[in-house]
Design a protein around this ligand. Structure first.
Ligand code: AGP
Length: 369
């Protein structure tokens, strides 16, 4: 086991640190920005169905569902097709309206999640096309779908999903760009620009990983907190959900993720000097709005930890701790902004003496309903 951990204390830490490589592996042979090439083998025979779909339905559980939420923003922005993101466990029992014009994407690291598998069977029985985004090759979900693209993140052992999440988003991003280009909703110029930027992501994730020591300091400060709030908007809203889930899973601290603007509809009542609030406040189209949400928390004496874009000056004056990550296209930010949140949950859990790789009550793949 020590050998498998490659010198790391835990699989989770190893997997967090592997992300520059796992994202690159996921793009290898698929993306070649210089030549404007983007090929997803699994999509080839189904491109027509995909392109002409009336609707994309994404179904998954847990972290994979969060990747699905990011994909909703991606597909709607780049390809202008309506998207619904469904918890597999709700979808399958709801008698949903599905037909042959629906393109269903099932996302699963393990490829064995019982609810996701059942959702696939249901959608298939109604004539929809089912596309899988799985990590484990030859898994049940990979076999049950009509076609799919593997995430190629390599084996993920830690129960808390990290590198599989960023690889899922990488595949979904490539799918959205390809679809947008084919449908003509993305101009050639913009498409080329986005492909080039996507290629830089592994090196930007590498840079983000270097914030580890700073994040350890933040972890030491907040390890005894009883609650955490994670807030973000737009592409960073699913990242807030994911940050909160990571913390809950491995440190057993209660955490909630919310779209930052929803704070005023309830969670703001929780804020006092005891409440750490993690804001993902990168420079994007909702930046100004997030900054005013930060001010609202500050006015109520909440402790602010902010993930911002390198060089940000405004948030620095308001936040107690600032984590600066490399700049990228707004649509690609989740691939980078989630990394410090993974590290934060990891360090807090270690400091609390928790079993990081095998947290209580959780299994790596949930094969029960
Ligand atoms: C992630 O950290 C969790 N352990 C869990 O939410 C997981 O993402 C979920 O059970 C779905 O698993 P899958 O991707 O293997 O289908």
């Amino acid at each position: 086991e020590a050998i498998e951990k490659g010198g790391y204390e835990h699989f989770m830490l190893k997997e967090i640190n592997e992300q520059p490589r796992s994202i690159a592996d996921c793009m290898r042979g698929r993306l070649d920005a210089n030549n404007g090439r983007l090929v997803l083998g699994g999509l080839r025979d189904y491109m027509n169905k995909f392109q002409n779909a009336d609707r994309i339905i994404i179904t998954a559980c847990g972290t994979s569902w969060h990747a699905g939420l990011v994909a909703e923003y991606l597909f709607e922005e780049f390809a202008r097709i309506p998207v619904e993101v469904e918890y597999a466990s709700e979808f399958r029992y709801r008698n949903p309206v599905i037909n042959e014009k629906d393109f269903v994407i099932a996302i699963s690291q393990s490829g064995e999640t019982a609810d996701t598998l059942a959702a696939i069977e249901l959608a298939k029985s109604k004539g929809a096309t089912i596309f899988g985004v799985c990590n484990v090759v030859g898994s049940s979900i990979a076999r049950a779908t009509h076609a799919g693209s593997y995430t190629h993140a390599g084996p993920e052992i830690g129960v808390a999903s990290t590198k599989a999440f960023t690889a899922q988003i990488s595949v979904l991003t490539m799918m959205a760009l390809k679809l947008g280009y084919q449908r003509g909703t993305l101009s050639e110029n913009r498409y080329m620009q986005l492909l080039s930027e996507l290629e830089t992501i592994p090196s930007k994730v590498e840079r983000a990983l270097q914030l580890n020591d700073k994040i350890k300091e933040i972890a030491a400060e907040f390890k005894d907190s009883r609650n955490f709030l994670y807030l973000g908007r737009g592409y960073n809203f699913p990242v807030a959900l994911e940050g909160a889930l990571k913390l809950k899973e491995i440190s057993y601290i209660h955490a909630e993720g919310y779209p930052a603007a929803e704070m005023k509809h309830g969670p703001i009542a929780l804020i006092d000097e005891e409440m750490p609030v993690v804001f993902i406040a990168t420079k994007d189209s909702s930046y100004e709005k997030v900054v005013s949400n930060i001010q609202e928390v500050k006015a109520r004496k909440g402790k602010i930890i902010a993930v911002v874009t390198e060089g940000d000056t405004s948030v620095k004056h308001m936040a107690d701790y600032v984590i600066e990550i490399p700049e990228t296209e707004e649509a690609f930010v989740p691939l980078i902004s989630v990394v410090p949140l993974q590290q934060l949950s990891y360090h807090i859990a270690v400091m609390r003496g928790c079993n990081v790789d095998q947290p209580r009550n959780l299994a790596k793949s949930v094969t029960v309903e």
